[in-house]
Design a protein around this ligand. Structure first.
Ligand SMILES: Cc1cc2nc3c(=O)[nH]c(=O)nc-3n(C[C@H](O)[C@H](O)[C@H](O)COP(=O)(O)OP(=O)(O)OC[C@H]3O[C@@H](n4cnc5c(N)ncnc54)[C@H](O)[C@@H]3O)c2cc1C
Length: 468
């Protein structure tokens, strides 16, 4: 049996970066992947495809120009799925190559096959022809990701009723769609399809979108999505989903119903652990279907680590990569990344996009933190005017007593890029004065940090210095 310092199961963000981290410091690493393609959900079915489709939707709908030039740039009439998916396919293919090159550059051996445990140090990989190869690893990293939740009462057929993976295989762009799930994935796809001219109805059991967001930002998102043409059904749960002559009828627990050509069910994902035979390694899953780990991403079996979606929240590509690296630094005692950064950004690629880090107004109230708020509107910013984003908002939340930054919430163009400046100040435990002291390029959206800080000072002093 061949021996390795590290066996990695899964080539998604957590597996790839964990493998590269260990190999970088000279460890002998093998990575097992059961799919034909490398990259997991991050590259093939989740992050990268959906973000590229968003760009395609902005392009084909002409929304990026926002009607600024008085010309209708919409190209979506007669657009085929192949046309819509073209860029997505190109970007996904390029990203797969990058992963293969990264693993090869780090001399990570790649094995194609489904992995399962024989014991805490032995993993077998069964290839597509049934051939089995047993490997021994000093350390094992489980990075098998997650799968869409498919509740039995929803009759998925991947032709009319899709999950967030199979939606990428749809054969035509429908005229109407019900999206079930007002979480990140549901809201992102609902905005993409609405931008493409599909009549989308978003259904969620709760009474607001993305409840973990600051209420003001969540409400603003709802307003923007409604103005894009999205219809909402809140506090509704699907009870019966049936085929009709033209598509689907979904009846809710309340008795109301909605008809559409297609349904996208995007309410929840669960850890991908089937077939791993975790019990042979002395491991199990928690009631939420995830593997429990400590702060070093170590499972209850000391030499086995787990990272990424398979351990649950926050289940993002960004955090999965870093968890994989941190786990391997701990496993091999590298004097390097000892922990995940304390501030984790959240990027939500709706139209408009959102990003947030740190506290919200609601979380401050819950924690009884005395806080104040400073806002800057995109409409009052020169770059905001130039690009025609008149609805965006950047919001700073800070301590009343010493002006220490507590949180940043942004809705608008480039929010997911803009957030990083706020995140750096937050991580350094800086105050909003930092933004006032800095000189920003002009005209830029980043400059809004300065004016949000001025607004915050005005609010603290009880008078407005300047809006925006
Ligand atoms: C629609 C959508 C949009 C998203 N958008 C974003 C975003 O904008 N930003 C963001 O940060 N995150 C986003 N995410 C989340 C992100 O994709 C995941 O958090 C990330 O891919 C998890 O990485 P991972 O390495 O844990 O697992 P995965 O990427 O799921 O990779 C797991 C890999 O393990 C393999 N595997 C599983 N079982 C076995 C086995 N037994 N043997 C061998 N191989 C196995 C799988 O085939 C897969 O390749 C999105 C997800 C979805 C679904």
């Amino acid at each position: 049996m061949e021996s390795f310092d590290l066996i990695v199961i899964g080539s998604g963000p957590a597996g790839e970066k964990g493998a590269a981290q260990a190999a970088y410091f000279g460890k002998r690493v093998v990575l097992i992947e059961c799919r034909a393609e490398l990259g997991g959900a991050g590259i093939n079915t989740g992050t990268v495809p959906s973000k590229t489709l968003r760009e395609s939707a902005l392009y084909f709908s002409g929304l990026r120009q926002r009607g600024l030039y008085g010309i209708d740039y919409s190209l979506r009439e007669g657009l085929t799925v192949a046309g819509f998916m073209h860029r997505k396919d190109a970007v996904v293919a390029a990203e797969r190559v990058k992963i293969a090159e990264n693993l090869s550059a780090h001399k990570v051996e790649l094995i194609s096959g489904a992995a399962h445990f024989e014991d805490a140090h032995t993993v077998s990989a069964t290839d597509q022809h049934g051939a089995v190869r047993a490997l021994r690893g000093e350390v094992i990293l489980i990075a098998t990701g997650s799968k869409p939740h498919r509740p039995p009462e929803i009759p998925f057929d991947d032709k009319f009723i899709f999950d967030s993976d199979s939606i990428l295989t749809m054969e035509r762009i429908p005229k109407s769609m019900v999206v079930v799930g007002g979480g990140v994935i549901g809201c992102e796809y609902a905005s993409i399809f609405t931008a493409m001219g599909v009549a989308v109805t978003l259904v969620d059991g709760r009474d607001r979108l993305l409840p973990f967001l600051d209420l003001e930002i969540s409400a603003l998102l709802r307003e923007r999505l409604a103005s894009l043409g999205l219809t909402f059904f809140f506090q509704e749960r699907p009870k019966l989903t049936e085929r009709t002559a033209t598509g689907i009828r979904m009846t809710f627990a309340s008795g109301k119903n909605v008809e559409a050509e297609t349904v996208l069910f995007a309410a929840g994902r669960r850890g991908a652990v089937e077939g791993l035979a975790l019990e042979k390694a002395g491991l199990g899953i928690n009631p939420r279907g995830h593997i429990d780990v400590n702060e070093h991403y170590q499972t209850s079996v000391r030499n086995i680590y787990a990272a990424g979606d398979v351990i649950g929240f926050p289940a993002l590509a960004s955090t999965s990569m870093e968890q994989g690296r941190v786990a391997m630094c701990h496993a091999f005692g590298f004097p390097y990344k000892q922990r995940l950064a304390s501030q984790l950004p959240m990027g939500i690629y709706t139209i408009p996009e959102i990003s947030a880090v740190g506290e919200t107004e609601e979380s401050c109230r819950e924690k009884k933190i005395e806080f104040a708020v400073g806002r800057a509107k995109y409409a009052n910013n020169a770059r905001g005017q130039i690009i025609g984003d008149f609805a965006g908002l950047l919001k700073l939340i800070f301590r009343r007593d010493n002006k220490q930054l507590l949180g940043v919430q942004i809705l608008g163009e480039s929010a997911t890029e803009l957030i990083h400046l706020g995140m750096a100040v937050l991580e350094a435990e800086g105050t909003i004065d930092t933004f006032i002291e800095l000189v920003f390029n002009y005209p830029t959206l980043s400059e809004m940090y300065k004016y949000a800080a001025y607004d915050g000072l005005g609010n603290l002093a009880g008078h407005k210095l300047r809006e925006g």
